[in-house]
Ligand binder design. Structure first.
Ligand code: DCP
Ligand code: MG
Length: 369
């Protein structure tokens, strides 16, 4: 092999993908309530409250409504917007689904929030190592599984991958290759730098720094003098250097689901059915993550809000819902459910291990088509 143009791994640029869902909470609401599609939708506090906007649909953004704005101001900007309270359980469920998709690509996943994650795919050989095609596939699978769109950015570090995912929103895919990194940063308005907040932006503008190019002109000493420790970060970012690693989130030790009922339950058969449904949902999720559990916990909240849990370890992996049904029933029997009314039931599975699954099971998702 001719080694002359082979770059040693440590110097080879990394391949980082940043994924960010579009108008996340609002898009989930428009998905679940089709009558909201095409309309300005604001998710957050009530317009007549002191609450704030968590997010809003793109239609609402056209009126100038933004995240973190007071709901009252959002109402002034667009009184015909539909104002909704957030449904966090639904957003969390979507988040779990998209994280499972990321895990199919690599275990080097750092989730930043419910709707946002960085993936380091440098070592991944899927699609002959094409990070752009991996990002396309992730977007396709997110759409298929959740009926929502995500935007993806591909670059050689976290800073640029995030800039890239923002560029072609919504439903965007943008690659910033190493040779373009510095140009993109040079042209970037200073307020668009992630990590530069409103106060720093104002200070930079006062110093005559309007874009990346202006920032790059300043010597390190001036930057640290003006901005302290952050100065060194700005100095490097201005040159397209960001060595922050993708730090995979620690695996969770347990997974669960619970339901609060609109009316308290007193019938145990009904309770067992609910537990079975909850267990089935969680087991499906575990399977998608390639995980198996060997212990389960049932949670019961009585109508007076007192809460108890009952747990059991089965010395073997749990795969099928039908295997856990007798245990769910037994755990429920060890509570006072039935003689006391129940307002909430929950099931969680713990002691997770990676399921033995064939490697091709993972690759299949990507080799077709
Ligand atoms: N969020 C929030 N409060 C904020 C910002 C965001 O509660 N100040 C929530 C609501 C968003 C979600 O986090 O839906 C994701 O935040 P993003 O910044 O990614 O915003 P969106 O996904 O809503 O829109 P975009 O399409 O710009 O990513
Ligand atoms: Mg988003």
């Amino acid at each position: 092999m001719n080694g002359s143009n082979q770059v040693p791994p440590a110097q080879r640029p990394r391949k980082i993908i940043h994924i960010d869902m579009d108008a996340f909470y609002a898009a989930v609401e428009q998905r679940d309530f089709p009558e909201l599609r095409g309309k300005p939708v604001v998710v957050g506090g009530a317009p007549n409250s002191r609450g704030v906007v968590a997010t809003c649909s793109y239609e609402a953004r056209a009126f100038g409504i933004r995240s973190a704005m007071s709901a009252a101001k959002a109402y002034r900007l667009c009184s015909k917007a539909v104002f909704l309270r957030p449904r966090f359980e639904v957003y969390r469920a979507v988040s779990t689904d998209i994280r499972a998709i990321f895990q199919d690509v690599t275990d080097q996943v750092e989730a930043i929030s419910l709707d946002e994650a960085y993936l380091d795919v440098t070592a991944s050989s899927l699609f002959q190592g094409s990070a752009t095609r991996m990002a396309e596939e992730i977007k396709r699978r997110i759409r298929e599984l959740t009926h929502l769109t995500a935007s993806a950015g591909v670059s050689y570090n976290k800073f640029l991958a995030k800039i890239a995912s923002d560029r072609h929103k919504p439903d965007g895919l943008c690659l910033i290759p190493p040779e373009q990194g510095r140009t993109v940063i040079a042209e970037l308005p200073i307020g668009a730098f992630h990590g530069i907040g409103k106060a720093t932006e104002a200070k930079m503008l006062a110093l005559g720094i309007h874009c990346g190019r202006d920032l790059e002109r300043l010597p390190l000493a001036t930057l640290t003098q003006q901005f302290g420790k952050a100065g060194a970060y700005y100095y490097r970012i201005a040159r397209g250097i960001d060595e922050r690693p993708v730090i995979p989130n620690r695996p969770r030790k347990s997974w669960g689901a619970e339901t609060t009922f609109p009316a308290d339950l007193s019938d145990k058969t009904e309770m067992r059915e609910h537990l079975a449904k909850l267990a089935e949902g969680v087991l499906k999720k575990l399977a998608r993550h390639g995980l198996q559990a060997s212990a389960l916990t049932v949670k019961v909240k009585y109508d007076d809000f007192e809460q108890v849990t009952r747990a059991r370890t089965l010395g073997r992996p749990i795969c099928e819902t039908r295997d856990v049904l007798p245990h769910l029933a037994e755990l429920l029997d060890r509570t006072e459910a039935g003689s006391r009314k129940v307002r909430l039931l929950g099931v969680s599975f713990s002691i997770l291990e990676n399921a033995q699954r064939p490697v091709t099971g993972q690759l299949d998702l990507f080799t077709q088509g």
